[in-house]
Structures are given as C-alpha cells and as structure tokens.
Design a binder for this molecule. Structure first.
Ligand code: PXP
Length: 237
C-alpha cells in the first residue's frame, strides 16, 4: 500500500496571511493523522513564507505516524533536521525565489555534495529521499549517493495527464523500474490530485509514499478535511 503523507504547508500559508494562529497548523497536523493520513510533510523554506522553522519543532512531538521534512539542505536546514530527527528527510534543490519546487536534483552534477549530506543524515538514522525528475540516469546516479529513496517530481505527469495519461506516465514507470533495479525505495509528489492519483498509484510499481498538499487542502475547502483525506486514501487502495 502506498502511504499518504499530507503536506501541511498550505495551511500555514493561510495562517500567515493574517499573522495570527488561524488556522492552527498544529491542530491540522494532529487532525490529518486522526482522519487517516499516514504521514505529515512540512517544507520549511528559508524565507518562512509557509511553514516556519518554529512550527517544525512544535509539530515534531505531536506526530504519531511518519514525519517527513523536505527542503534544500542549506546549513540551517541540516541543523534543524538533525535536532528534530524526523523519520524521513527529502532533499529538494529549491532556489530562494521559486514559488514552489520546480525541478529535481541533477544527481550527477551534485553527487559529491548529496553524498556528504546524506551520510550525515544516515549517521543519525534518518531515512533520506532525493527529489528527482523522472529520468533513469538521475535515478541511477541518486543510488550512488547512498540515499534510501527517491521522490519523483510529478508536475509533468499531472499537467500531461488530461492530454494522454499513458504517455504522461511512461517516464515515471521507467524511472520507477530504474529505482527498483538499483534498490531504491520510491516516493512521489507534486500536483497529485483526486483526478490523477489513482492511475499513478495503480501503474507505478512499488510506490511507497505520496506527499500531497495543494490539491488536498483545496479540496478540503469544499469537502472538509476528514472526507478529503478519506477520498485520497480511497484512490491509493
Ligand atoms: N514534494 C515536494 C518536494 C514539494 O516541494 C511539494 C510542494 O511543497 C510537494 C511534494 C507537494 O506538492 P503539492 O502541494 O502540489 O501536492
């Protein structure tokens, strides 16, 4: 079964719009788990425009399922992850000015750097995942870094899904096979939603986890968080 990890950044974005504590991000994390989510993902960015570093510290003791922290491994991020010790850290090559993650790592160009960072996390028994485009070469080079998993960046799948879902998923299927061949676990995320998730999860072999934020929180405006999480879980069955 593929696990659903709910990315709660968007809830923090709404809270930050007014400067108070509504909606309450900590309560949202607890409730997502209560409603069946199998993990909570946060993605603190250096400008803290979504989840703040302080939120991440406060959420940690509340988590009963799996805590996944995503981000660019700048020194401040690495220190925080080592202090918090989440179940998983997902390394994302975000630059400062992007609206959201918009590319995977070049795991050939940055192999030495990734190797070094991953060895630090491994020494602290934190599972690692590297965000990559659906490119067999990038997946294979990722394996050389010592990472446990890769997360496939699914934006291209999501945008091509309405045009031709077989074509949209092909590079992802191939990348998933490549990951299996080199012994990497597989996660996926970005722009997955109630339209495209079922086909992705039934077609991609050995998909361990999806992290979903934007669409899930948007759906919750109409359906409520509990029903929405249940709908996403149904797609993964
Ligand atoms: N995975 C990564 C690495 C991300 O940066 C994000 C967005 O923060 C997601 C998954 C979730 O994407 P979405 O919000 O589109 O579901």
């Amino acid at each position: 079964m593929t696990k659903l990890s709910v990315n709660i950044n968007k809830i923090a974005t709404i809270r930050n719009a007014r400067g108070g504590n509504m909606p309450d991000v900590l309560k949202a994390a607890i409730d997502c788990e209560l409603f069946g989510a199998e993990g909570i993902t946060v993605h603190p960015r250096p400008d803290e425009r979504h989840i703040r570093y302080r939120d991440v510290f406060e959420i940690r003791p509340l988590i009963r399922t799996e805590f996944n922290i995503e981000g660019n491994p700048i020194p401040q991020f690495i220190d925080m992850v080592l202090e918090i010790k989440p179940h998983q850290v997902t390394l994302v090559p975000d630059s400062h000015d992007v609206l959201t993650s918009n590319a995977g790592w070049d795991t050939l160009k940055h192999k030495d750097f990734l190797k070094e960072v991953i060895s630090v996390f491994k020494q602290h028994n934190i599972r690692t995942s590297i965000f990559v485009d659906p490119d067999n070469e990038m997946v294979k080079h990722a394996a050389d870094t010592g990472t446990d998993r890769v997360e496939l960046y699914t934006e291209a799948y999501a945008s091509n899904y309405p045009l031709n879902r077989e074509q949209a998923i092909e590079p992802y299927y191939n990348a998933a096979k490549a990951a299996q061949e080199v012994g990497l676990g597989l996660n996926a995320g970005h722009d997955l939603d109630l339209n495209n998730l079922w086909y992705f999860s039934r077609t991609i072999p050995a998909l361990l986890e999806v992290s979903i934020g934007h669409a899930l929180v948007s759906d919750a405006l109409y359906m409520g968080l509990e029903k929405t999480i249940n709908c996403y879980l149904q797609q993964l069955k």
